[in-house]
Design a protein around this ligand. Structure first.
Ligand code: ADP
Ligand code: MG
Length: 291
């Protein structure tokens, strides 16, 4: 038998930075010599754009709609550093289940034996995670991905989505489902943002894999149709993505998370609202700011 392929899934609410983070991880891993595939599982089908010069690739669902039999090179496209790029695609808006693309893409990749034939080390699924739909749970439920990471900011809606994801993981964790690797904190610049994330992570008994600042380098790279690893390899932001990629490649220890009940989550958020107000009024000082 061949080597074990590491399969990970990156979940998070829409627009939180999943594709940006996933693509930079893929690019950094490829640069470090790993054989990587990134599977975009968001109906937006733009997961792999910055690995491919800003261009869209045909999706698995669209290609299969045109013909029942497809060849690997009709749905798998090489991007930066040799990263294999796949977009699952989605149904027409308002029609059918958005998780359909994931199910179909995973089935097709299995049928075509691409994981073995391409001798992959790591497969990264980039999954829109705030939709409560069975299809989106497939990588978790079926144990397709072994480790799940969530991209999350300090915004309540992002944390709410992460907490929902934790509920999903917990539900299937005793029946061979994926486990939680940790949280990737994105767009955390303010000290209080870090404190909020740290507090949430502590309460749900998980960990932070990386703190990624919001950076104009990312915006500039995206406008050039590139990952930051490609466009600004010497930048501080590229170093942060490279460190995260290394941590993920070496990561083994995923666990069952402890999501908060909705009432607890609301109370927790209200507590932070009071705390932030007091901070703003200068009544208390931030711990992390050290001032
Ligand atoms: P998602 O895949 O979760 O929907 P994207 O990765 O497409 O989100 O990111 C949404 C937008 O936010 C993009 O324009 C992206 O460039 C930007 N973005 C994400 N992370 C950062 C960051 N750390 N710094 C600056 N811009 C970011
Ligand atoms: Mg995306």
């Amino acid at each position: 038998m061949g080597k074990k392929i590491k399969q990970i899934a990156i979940y998070g609410k829409g627009g939180i930075g999943k594709s940006t983070t996933a693509s930079n991880i893929s690019a950094a891993l490829a640069r470090a010599g790993y054989r990587v595939m990134q599977v975009g599982c968001d109906p937006k089908s733009d997961s792999t754009n910055t690995l491919r010069g800003g261009k869209y690739i045909p999706t698995v669902l669209d290609t299969l709609r045109e013909k029942p039999r497809v060849q690997p090179d009709e749905v798998i496209f090489k991007g930066f550093g040799g990263v294999y790029c796949v977009e699952a695609g989605g149904p027409a808006p308002g029609v059918g289940c958005a998780g359909r693309g994931i199910i179909t893409a995973v089935q097709l990749l299995k049928q075509l034996h691409v994981f073995e034939d391409l001798d992959l080390d790591i497969v990264i699924y980039d999954v829109l995670g705030d939709v409560v739909c069975g299809g989106f749970a497939v990588p978790i439920r079926e144990g397709i991905a072994e480790h799940v990471f969530t991209v999350c900011s300090a915004d309540f809606m992002a944390i709410y989505a992460a907490n929902n994801l934790f509920k999903g993981i917990k539900k299937y964790s005793r029946s061979g489902g994926a486990l939680l690797g940790g949280l990737i904190a994105n767009s955390v610049n303010a000290p209080y943002a870090r404190e909020i994330i740290d507090d949430f992570v502590q309460r749900t008994r998980t960990r932070v894999m990386a703190y990624i600042p919001r950076s104009v380098t990312v915006t500039q790279s995206e406008l050039q149709g590139k990952t930051t690893i490609e466009a600004a390899p010497e930048s501080e932001q590229a170093r942060i993505y490279t460190d995260l990629a290394r941590r993920i490649a070496e990561h083994e220890d995923s666990r069952e998370p402890f999501p908060l009940e909705i009432k607890e989550l609301r109370e927790w958020a209200a507590g932070w609202a009071d705390h932030l107000l007091a901070l703003e009024r200068g009544e208390i000082r931030s711990l992390a700011a050290g001032i």
